[in-house]
Design a protein around this ligand. Structure first.
Ligand code: ATP
Ligand code: HSE
Length: 319
């Protein structure tokens, strides 16, 4: 159950007085999700999603919501935030920041085939291109600096085998981030968490990307690597499925062609993307925040993926 802050129909009626959405008709808590309180709301103008942000502050939210607005205005399929009568995208509700966004149709595709991966690749490339003229800047808050801060916090909890892997990979990634071709990689706003559960489909048609609350400015290739490490694997082993990898990468390449620098950076970037989620899952498991209310995700999944990416080269970005 992931409604941490309750909202009644009366609360919604009051809130909607500030929005051009007509009267409130119904509100229903959404049970999935571990970060925020989410609700489907029915209004006289249609169906929307209301989110109360449990951890992000008023100051942090404009980057995410304005990015979603920017992308939606450019035809990228993402929830469009609804401004209130004063033009604000973030409003207070029960003392916490809240936002209303359009509701995407469809559901998550948790057993993707190449056709789904191709649709994700196409939309991801469109998103990267559409983000090029986005004015706000925010670093990826789960990037190398955060890995450096987090590694010493989780190391004491690891056995020698995993501690060795983590130290060695941090060493490898620090060298990678310092090399010339890394600095030539294309950059911009990235989703940075585009897992199967953050994309909607109706059948084979992609209807939208959502949950932008780990977005930040980073290399586009990092976003591709995060996405491939989730969409194109056998979930039990972490081994890449060549047909799905090819479908996703070819579709992306057709919209925004990969560069030679990206090709050279691809194998280390897949490792970086695995490390990022291994670390965050270790952190959530061993150092849970006070407000954390649900079971953390299993870190061993990403330990397995990291070991597999080190052991087995992935298919290249292009032929
Ligand atoms: N714009 C939207 N349109 C349709 N459904 C949505 C939308 N936003 C959220 N949802 C639904 O709400 C659920 C929870 O949302 P979300 O994943 O953003 O929650 P969270 O607590 O931020 O998540 P997470 O666990 O992924 O960190 C989603 O699985 C989806 O079913
Ligand atoms: N996608 C992340 C959770 C944060 O959305 C994970 O699987 O660890």
């Amino acid at each position: 159950m992931a409604v941490f802050t309750a909202v009644t129909l009366d609360d919604l009626t009051l809130l909607l007085k500030k929005f051009p959405l007509g009267n409130a008709i119904a509100i229903k808590g959404i049970s999935s999700g571990i970060e925020n309180s989410n609700f489907f709301i029915d209004t006289e103008r249609g169906e929307y999603v209301l989110t109360i942000f449990e951890n992000l502050t008023f100051a942090q939210l404009p980057f995410y919501l304005q990015l979603m607005r920017h992308l939606a205005e450019r035809g990228v399929l993402v929830p469009a935030p609804v401004p209130d009568q004063a033009g604000e995208l973030v409003v207070p509700l029960h003392g916490k920041p809240a936002a209303i966004v359009s509701k995407l149709e469809g559901s998550s595709q948790m057993a993707p085939q190449p056709v789904h991966c191709a649709a994700v690749g196409t939309m991801l490339a469109k998103m990267h291109l559409a983000g090029r003229d986005f004015a706000l800047q925010q670093p990826n808050l789960r990037g190398l600096d955060w890995w450096n801060e987090t590694t010493p916090l989780v190391l004491p909890f690891l056995d020698e085998h995993n501690a060795h892997l983590l130290r060695a990979e941090m060493h490898f990634q620090s060298a990678f981030a310092a090399c010339d071709h890394y600095h030539r990689l294309g950059r911009g706003p990235v989703h940075a968490d585009l897992f199967r559960n953050n994309v909607m489909f109706i059948g084979e048609r992609l209807t939208g990307f959502f949950d932008f609350y780990f977005a930040g400015c980073d290399t586009w290739l990092f976003d591709v690597a995060v996405t491939v490490n989730d969409w194109c694997i056998d979930v039990d082993t972490g081994v890449l499925d060549a047909a799905r990898v090819r479908a996703l990468l070819d579709a992306y390449h057709a919209v925004r062609p990969f560069t030679a620098d990206e090709q050279a950076a691809w194998q280390p970037m897949l490792r970086a993307a695995a490390l990022r989620f291994w670390l965050s899952r270790l952190y959530d498991l061993y150092l849970p925040r006070e407000a954390e209310m649900l079971t953390p995700h299993d870190p061993t999944h990403f330990e397995r993926i990291l070991r597999e990416r080190i052991a087995t080269p992935a298919p290249g970005l292009f032929a």
